[in-house]
Design a protein around this ligand. Sequence first.
Ligand code: AHG
Ligand code: MN
Ligand code: MN
Length: 334
Amino acid sequence: MNTHKTLTQFIVEQQRANPQSTGDLSGLMNDIASACKKISHLVNRSGIIGIGGAAESENVQGEVQKELDIITNDVMVDHLNWTGHLAAMASEEIEDIIQIPEHYPKGKYLISFDPLDGSSNIDINLSVGTIFSILRCPEGVTNPTVEDFKQKGAQQVCAGFCVYGPTTMMIITTGNGVDGFTLDQDVGEFILTHPKMTIPEDTAEFAINMSNQRFWEEPVQRYIDECIKGIDGGREKNFNMRWVASMVAEVYRVLTRGGIFLYPLDNKPSTKGGKLRLMYEASPMSFIVEQAGGLSSTGRERILDITPEGIHQRVPVILGSKNEVERILSYHQQ
Ligand code: AHG
Ligand code: MN
Ligand code: MN
């Protein structure tokens, strides 16, 4: 019989390996896991309990919200604001940073999250997820402002995502590799099923929204054109394509079998230079991808080296198997 290590056990063992650890990060990671279990349950039952539809509101990005965007945001806030591990929060769905209520103690970490990534997939029953990024609250700051969140992705203490697909999976890194856990729905525990995930350096699979092709820059045009032409276009192999329109599902695929995922710089008016949000999507996913041996860039710079200009900033994203990302970067340099 397999001996199953739970996420809780994994986190405690990591904590014990670091004698300076106070247990705060472990506590926070467990709180996030609880929130994700709740969200998994809600997503799973959304059709039955009637919360799978559109809301009548737009978020700060001007995107039409789904009911579940709002509900999952509230689940994250309600699971994390009282615990004493956080000094403030930032959410893709909320314009300003979220303060910890006065009557709760404040902690030493900041969190930013996308409570429901890929929410346009809810009504068609495809995978969605939750993405999070943990930063240290700067020393001496007791009332964090937006400025305190403007830290490079390289300063993240922990990043992770949960994908609600055929199974619910939690992927985490604290800068010591990437580990994957599957939710055992019967006992309500995440079980370590995918230890030390690594991204193959080579791939023959790309993911991009082809409907934006006319808006791309030359280096991406060239790269995708070569993939499509395959062995007839100078590459030594033919390529396959995927587009789930849910970053959590795309990054999970890249982590398990390699691949390249692009939401590149384009001149489409609605996305203006990139669709994905630096603090809620690009930065945490880049930390995970690099920790698994892949690369992540805007095409011009490493995503983890970008200092955010604002909490809702968008950036181009090119991530995945190392050798393919390097090829695209070389096209940008030419
Ligand atoms: P969100 O649902 O949080 O707004 O994010 C959706 C993102 C990302 O998950 C996905 O890769 C991309 O938007 C899909 O974009 P298109 O709709 O342009 O394909
Ligand atoms: Mn998203
Ligand atoms: Mn979202």
